[in-house]
Design a protein around this ligand. Structure first.
Ligand SMILES: NC(=O)c1ccc[n+]([C@@H]2O[C@H](COP(=O)([O-])OP(=O)(O)OC[C@H]3O[C@@H](n4cnc5c(N)ncnc54)[C@H](OP(=O)(O)O)[C@@H]3O)[C@@H](O)[C@H]2O)c1
Length: 429
């Protein structure tokens, strides 16, 4: 690459605008570290006149980002819009085809089109970098691709969504309900104002898990449906009961190879209060990697926010400027095979069950009968009566139960006439 490097930044929102300021203020530092002089020569967003935290140079603004490729000589392009398709995919595709290196924090795009786009990057001998797409400022992808390159990884898991982790931690701290804490998270900028659904229903963490799986296990990105549950139905009551039992509730993303098959999942888990993961609170993210011969490695840090995300984007930039041209997923696309998929119905977990029932004789024995019919054995039962309402909460911790039997049990419980509310099931980790 020549010594003067032209850069384009597409998308000037929370992340893009912050990154632009980093690029403009750290030119000298970058030159000292890489010998390259960067210059931002084109920018684009949706609205030219929008008020932004850091002022933009309107003389290099393009209303249509696709024009940048035609009219300017660009070496490296940042796509920071965030769509899984549409203009985000178009601009990345066009850039790679025109031999422009691409850097993006867009997990939606990479988890959906990463295989195709990485093939395009390889064909055109340019980089496609996406460190910021998983766990914000934590350098987890580079750690897997480079630091742990020759290890055989078999499990990667962690807290991958800062919004959910903040909400769960804050519910425990303030004893408040989900809706109030979500509002607080939105006011603080930890949850999206408009539509926070993709964070709360597990989709965001799932996109990150898919990227992690393909890197950790050298596979194509899986397209199969997997176990995905969010935190929208987590009640303060469960956080409180879990706490009394020495557990915390965390939304975990987990990917592992089970007998050569890929098992990906995102769901709330009860984790021990004294475990490492049980003490990652607030907006923090953490990723834990198991491999041979390295053993267990833990990375923790800020998983979102313009600063942390820009830190990862800048690390991608320096990697390219240093001439580190490599396969986006760590090995040639032809060598990445389609993963065989583990049947999640055969997985097993201990369960936390909370059942709101009518307080009358015989109810508990009906429940234990259903458990026995599904070959699920009980480790602990707690009954909390509410005499005024003539109801009771029955909390059961089970020994390990096979997933398809757990689902049968829930279906059976739903049909039971003594059940006042939908049964709650949270898996133990
Ligand atoms: N925010 C975080 O903490 C975080 C963390 C990790 C990864 N990411 C990823 O970073 C990316 C951006 O996130 P963000 O939070 O910065 O989003 P954002 O604040 O909503 O910014 C999106 C930007 O895209 C621009 N845009 C929309 N449509 C466009 C179009 N047709 N042409 C050109 N520009 C267009 C918008 O323009 P206007 O400004 O004019 O409206 C805006 O500047 C996403 O992929 C996200 O997943 C974000």
């Amino acid at each position: 690459m020549k010594n003067k490097v032209n850069i384009a930044v597409i998308g000037l929102g929370h992340v893009g605008n912050y990154l632009l300021n980093e690029l403009n203020t750290k030119k000298k530092d970058i030159e000292q570290k890489t010998g390259k002089r960067i210059n931002v020569v084109a920018i684009s967003a949706k609205n030219k006149n929008k008020k932004r935290k850091f002022k933009i140079n309107k003389s290099i603004y393009f209303s249509n980002p696709l024009d940048i490729i035609k009219k300017k000589k660009i070496d490296i392009l940042f796509e920071i819009i965030g769509m899984s398709d549409g203009i985000s995919k178009k601009i990345v595709e066009l850039s790679l085809k025109n031999k422009i290196h691409v850097i993006t924090p867009n997990k939606a795009l990479i988890s959906k089109h990463g295989d195709y786009l990485s093939k395009l990057a390889e064909k055109n001998k340019v980089n496609l970098e996406f460190e910021a797409s998983v766990a914000g400022g934590i350098p987890i992808l580079r750690t897997i691709k480079e630091g742990l390159a020759t290890n055989k990884l078999y499990k990667v898991y962690g807290i991958l969504n800062g919004t959910c982790n903040y909400i769960l931690s804050e519910m425990e701290k303030t004893k408040d309900n989900f809706i109030n804490v979500l509002k607080k998270a939105q006011n603080l900028g930890y949850a999206e104002q408009g539509n926070p659904k993709l964070d709360l229903n597990g989709y965001d963490a799932f996109a990150k898990i898919r990227i992690l799986s393909s890197l950790a296990f050298n596979k194509k990105i899986s397209k199969k449906n997997c176990l995905m549950e969010g935190i929208e139905n987590i009640d303060y009551k469960d956080i409180d009961i879990a706490s009394q039992l020495n557990f915390r509730i965390k939304l975990l993303g987990i990917t592992e190879m089970v007998n050569g098959k890929l098992f990906e999942r995102v769901h709330p888990c009860l984790v021990k209060k004294d475990s490492y993961i049980g003490n990652v609170n607030g907006v923090m993210n953490a990723v834990i990697v198991h491999g041979k011969p390295v053993g267990e490695s833990v990375l923790q840090g800020e998983g979102a926010g313009p600063g942390a995300t820009s830190s990862a984007l800048m690390s991608d930039l320096l990697s390219i400027l240093r001439g580190n041209i490599k396969h986006p997923f760590g090995l040639h696309n032809n060598k990445r095979k389609k993963a065989l998929i583990y049947n999640q119905k055969n997985s097993s977990n201990s369960l936390y069950l909370r059942l709101e029932v009518k307080d009358k004789p015989g109810v508990l024995s009906e429940i234990t009968k259903l458990l026995a019919n599904n070959k699920i054995s009980i480790e602990r039962v707690i009954q909390i009566p509410d005499h005024k309402k003539k109801s009771a909460s029955i909390v059961i911790i089970t020994h390990k139960a096979v997933e398809f039997r757990s689902q049968n049990l829930i279906n059976g419980l739903k049909k039971n006439k003594n059940m006042i509310k939908k049964p709650i099931l949270i898996r133990l980790f």
